[in-house]
Design a protein around this ligand. Structure first.
Ligand code: HXC
Length: 510
């Protein structure tokens, strides 16, 4: 009996070594952890339960029958993050470069099925060379099985991808269909085809970093939601994100103890808006003062900075913040900002996370670059996302809400539940200068008349009161009371019950 038990232990030890000590050392020398080390850091201590440790590939071509390694390049299982169940798979680069064989794919799809059946988030850690070249179409089929499950799980359980090494081919398409992608600076890359293929096909010479490094995907392509300095930091940040998320689309939003008063006024907010309406201020200052303990997890911080999106908590429960950023392009809505926020709003709506929107927007960005780039369709994405969302929607207009952007930013007309404005709000079709130049064009040569018209326009329209007179704004509130108002509103909206008409799915302008 003792020998049998020892044999299990021996087999486990061999499996845990993956591709062997030399390859583990090489992994460390590159500043990367191994798949098992990553899982250990990511999950609560001792909570990991491994699946399929002894699975091996079944291919025989190219001498592969003589080269089998237990686990076949991916470590799978489940564990907990601060006590809540998550499912996980981590590619093991030390085994055939983490490449995907038929058996490797079966390990992943088993975990995907478990996660979906048991309604818990799934996290994939990537460090891999794509389809196992020796397996050919069996590997391609394996990827498609993974992709199909990504799609079925989308909107049902949170799916998160962490890129911690090279990722090519199939290993980028599966992450692309998940909710969030995180990368590690300098050691992770994502591309459909690598630099060598690029050189052959397009004759461009690029490095892996230039083609698909974290800097590219967090600032240019917007494929990645954030990047961090090393494996450990990245894993700890994603743990932080998981704490904000519900287990599934039918689970309640997680709640933790809240230490910051929601009733105490924050007088500093009364002076947040500068006296000059064209002077910028940092909208993140407002978010940090509204979120419990200033704890804010920002999504796509380095992309389309004219809009800020991320998770925080109010009175202990998760909310999604969306806010125009006057510090960047005066907070204007352009194609990138619209796409970024639309995706975030849709994520919140999938998972019943209330949305708090802070509005200070001069409108949509004019110009040929935007129009040729499809601003109409991209702007419509955000409009569509807000209009479709049935979660509690609370909106505070801090300053400008001009033109179509007023409508789009969770206005009353798009089923906003609570629409507040600060006394500094200006709600109008456009700013005074543009408006006067159009409706008083005949007086343009007379500066005195223009000044008088401008004053009249500002007095009448550049305030929250015209909108409040119509009930488009539920209440004009003191800035200092914003946290209390939002907390009370969120409490009132806890039992909100609103559903859209039945449909197979919508046809959002993609
Ligand atoms: C089998 C692979 C492999 C693969 C790497 N290895 N990729 N084995 N199939 N796809 C093995 C190597 O043979 C090597 O084995 C070990 O992994 C480490 O690889 P190295 O090349 O030594 O490492 P490195 O120099 O760091 O380069 C890593 C890499 C490179 C950038 C990932 O290996 C690479 O370019 N691989 C091929 C990537 C690719 O084109 N994949 C196919 C994509 S198409 P030893 O034994 O020496 O340690 C695809 C189709 C799906 O995925 C599409 C669905 C839409």
């Amino acid at each position: 009996m003792k020998e049998i038990l020892q044999e299990l232990e021996r087999r486990r030890e061999v499996a845990r070594l993956g591709g062997g000590q030399v390859r583990i050392d090489a992994q460390h020398a590159r500043g990367k952890l191994t798949a098992r080390e990553r899982i250990d850091i990511f999950l609560d201590e001792g909570s990991f339960e491994e699946f399929d440790m002894f699975v091996e590939h079944r291919s025989t071509d190219f001498g592969m029958d003589k080269s089998k390694i237990a686990g076949d390049g991916v470590v799978t299982g489940w564990g907990t993050i601060n006590g809540r169940t998550v499912f996980i798979f981590a590619k093991d680069f030390t085994v055939f470069g983490g490449s995907l064989s038929e058996a490797h794919a079966e390990k992943i799809t088993k975990i995907q099925d478990m996660a979906l059946k048991n309604r818990a988030p799934i996290i994939g850690i990537y460090d891999a060379g794509g389809a196992r070249i020796q397996e050919g179409v069996a590997a391609l089929g394996g990827y498609a099985e993974v992709f199909q499950r990504n799609v079925l799980a989308s909107g049902v359980i949170p799916q998160i991808s962490i890129i911690m090494g090279p990722c090519a081919g199939g290993d980028v398409y599966s992450p692309a269909m998940t909710d969030f992608i995180f990368m590690v600076r300098d050691t992770s890359y994502m591309f459909v085809t690598g630099p060598d293929v690029v050189k052959t096909v397009t004759n461009e010479t690029v490095t892996s970093e230039q083609l698909g490094g974290a800097s590219v995907h967090t600032t240019k392509s917007s494929i990645a939601d954030a990047a961090y300095d090393n494996d450990v930091d990245t894993l700890l940040q994603v743990r932080r994100l998981v704490d904000f998320l519900p287990q599934s689309n039918t689970a309640a939003v997680p709640e933790i103890e809240c230490y910051q008063s929601v009733t105490e006024p924050d007088n500093s907010l009364d002076t947040l808006i500068p006296a000059n309406a064209n002077k910028p201020y940092d909208i993140k200052e407002l978010i940090l003062k509204i979120a419990d303990e200033g704890d804010f997890f920002e999504i796509q911080e380095s992309f389309a900075k004219n809009i800020v999106c991320g998770f925080g908590r109010i009175e202990g429960a998760t909310v999604g913040f969306v806010a125009n950023q006057p510090m960047v392009l005066a907070g204007v809505l352009d194609s990138d900002a619209s796409r970024k926020a639309a995706r975030f709003v849709r994520f919140c709506d999938c998972f019943n996370i209330p949305i708090v929107t802070f509005v200070d927007v001069p409108g949509f960005l004019p110009g040929t670059a935007q129009e040729y780039g499809g601003l109409i369709k991209h702007g419509a994405k955000l409009l569509f996302a807000y209009a479709e969302a049935t979660v509690p929607k609370l909106t505070v207009i801090t300053r400008k809400a001009f033109g179509g952007a007023y409508d789009v930013m969770a206005s009353k007309h798009l089923r906003g539940d609570l629409n507040y404005a600060w006394p500094t709000a200006q709600i109008a079709v456009m700013g005074a200068k543009g408006a006067v130049e159009i409706i008083f064009r005949k007086d343009i040569a007379d500066p005195e008349k223009i000044v008088a018209h401008t004053k009249m326009y500002e007095d009448r329209f550049l305030s929250p009161f015209v909108a409040a007179e119509r009930g488009y704004i539920d209440e004009v509130i003191m800035p200092r009371s914003t946290r209390r108002r939002l907390a009370q509103g969120l409490r009132m909206l806890r039992n909100k019950d609103l559903t859209n008409p039945w449909k197979k799915h919508d046809n959002i302008p993609l």
